[in-house]
Write a protein that binds this ligand. Structure first.
Ligand code: BG6
Ligand code: MG
Length: 221
């Protein structure tokens, strides 16, 4: 296997926070009297806080000034932080820790690449603050997915060439970011949504080293 590092998205891949983002945005949309569905929510996955707000405002055809937008984003984050502050290790998605430990044992580096500025709080709440060899998150990276910056930063921190990295992503924008970084990408979720991923599995519980080798061979052939 040529693969040297696995880089994981956080929200929706390692932990089930996508539902909390949705609930908090839905609450804001409700206050603004904007209709916001789970289908609309797909477009927000992997996208930065302000870009997410812009998508919702676009749905409602609203054009508030910058200060008002900052107020809305802060309000959403307040509600979101309220949810995630109560998270426990039970909310780690099945198979994540087992697979990551298996990778580490096999000498494959593990990194995290997330747009979220709440990454440190989430990792601390679920007891994962020491699990990753490198964490690139929204606090150090500023270009939102599909820009490859977050994954390229993680690869640099891990000291691995992007060609030897494989990204695990649940968001359309995240899959594009991985491809834009010149990395291999496994989608987490549905093949119908993550059409550009090299391979799609329903969750990390489906992953192990053997499967990883098989996926790498398939991508390379
Ligand atoms: C991503 C989520 O991981 O982080 C997006 O998929 C979210 O939905 C983005 O908007 C930014 O998160 P935060 O926690 O900084 O608002
Ligand atoms: Mg995600």
């Amino acid at each position: 296997m040529n693969l040297k590092a696995c880089i994981f998205d956080l929200d929706g891949v390692i932990v089930d926070t996508a539902k909390y983002h949705f609930l908090a945005w839905k609450r804001l949309a409700g206050q603004l009297k904007i209709e916001f569905t789970e289908k609309d929510n797909e477009r927000l996955k992997g996208v930065s806080r302000m870009a997410s707000l812009n998508i919702i405002l676009g749905i409602g055809n609203r054009h508030p000034d910058v200060r008002t937008k900052e107020k809305y984003a802060a309000l959403k984050n307040e509600w979101y932080v309220d949810y995630i502050s109560r998270m426990t290790p039970d909310e780690i998605l099945p198979g994540s820790v087992k697979f990551i430990n298996e990778l580490k044992k096999a000498g494959i580096k593990v990194g995290l690449g997330s747009a979220s500025r709440n990454t440190p709080l989430i990792l601390e709440r679920v007891g994962m603050e020491d699990l990753f060899d490198a964490v690139a998150d929204g606090n150090i990276v500023h270009k939102a997915k599909p820009d490859p910056e977050v994954f390229l930063t993680a690869a640099k921190m891990l000291n691995v060439d992007p060609r030897y990295c494989i990204v695990f992503e649940d968001a359309v924008a995240g899959v594009e970011a991985a491809l834009n970084a010149g990395m291999m990408c496994v989608g987490i979720g549905s093949e119908k949504i993550l059409t550009k991923a090299h391979f799609v599995v329903s969750g990390l519980a489906k992953m192990n080293i053997e499967k990883l080798k098989e996926i790498e061979e398939r991508i390379k052939s």
